[in-house]
Design a protein. Structure first.
Length: 119
């Protein structure tokens, strides 16, 4: 029900735009988050949008922007000024309204899309 796309390989300093498409869900009353997991590391919070509010991990603040398109029923993550340390599989997740950075708060997960940033 959640389909993440938009990953790829980019050089440091470049940009990518990830999309999370939902079928059968209404986004407006839910939290939609992006998480990432690098090889050998735990899954970590990237950003979340819930209602009219957004929240970002300190590591991506000022570089990444999360947004919602209610017409297309998608949530996007615009990633600018990418760094090699941003390399990871990125997952989108949906949960009840008002959720934050904890993966345990999200019941629905997409399959992940790989982002590789080369130096």
């Amino acid at each position: 029900q959640l389909q993440a796309s938009g990953g790829g390989e980019v050089q440091a300093g470049g940009s990518l735009r990830l999309s999370c498409a939902a079928s059968g869900r209404t986004w407006r009353s839910e939290s939609t988050g992006w998480f990432r997991q690098a090889p050998g590391k735990e899954r970590e919070f990237v950003a979340v949008i819930s209602g009219g509010g957004t929240r970002y991990a300190d590591s991506v603040k000022g570089r990444f922007t999360i947004s919602r398109d209610n017409v297309k029923n998608t949530v996007c993550l615009q990633m600018n000024s990418l760094k090699p340390e941003d390399t990871a599989v990125y997952y989108c997740a949906a949960g009840p309204a008002g959720r934050g950075p904890s993966p345990e708060d999200y019941a629905y997960w997409g399959q992940g899309t790989l982002v590789t940033v080369s130096s």
